[in-house]
Design a protein around this ligand. Structure first.
Ligand code: SF4
Ligand code: F3S
Length: 112
């Protein structure tokens, strides 16, 4: 089991999650973060920290595509363990539908 970052992280990217992870298993893309499924120890402390409710346990249904995105991009995006300045317009994107199609970016973020 692992926890998974899902669509509502895109363009919100609040980064509260990285501050609480005991094993530093978040990785940063241009517009969102992902969790490395082989490093996550399923402690669950990040889930309630996300203001966008964008972190789910993989026991929830219909998360297969997001689990794959987390696993794939955790291999190439840089590790992030400290919160940076979140996007100034993040709140405008909170809860918007269709963010994956409109805004997902495979580009890496800056990392720590
Ligand atoms: Fe890190 Fe725990 Fe969240 Fe996994 S569930 S990403 S180990 S804080
Ligand atoms: Fe994304 Fe939530 Fe973390 S919006 S960056 S998963 S705090």
């Amino acid at each position: 089991m692992t926890y998974v970052v899902v669509e509502n992280c895109i363009k919100c990217k609040y980064m509260d999650c990285v501050e609480v992870c005991p094993v530093d298993c978040f990785y940063e893309g241009e517009n969102m973060l992902v969790i490395h499924p082989d490093e996550c120890i399923d402690c669950g402390v990040c889930e309630p920290e996300c203001p966008a409710e964008a972190i789910k346990p993989d026991t929830e249904p219909n998360l297969d595509s997001w689990l794959k995105i987390n696993a794939d991009y955790a291999k190439s995006w840089p590790n992030i363990t400290t919160k940076h300045e979140p996007p100034a317009d993040g709140k405008e994107f909170d809860g918007k539908p269709g963010k994956f199609e409109a805004y997902f970016s495979p580009k890496p973020g800056e990392g720590d």
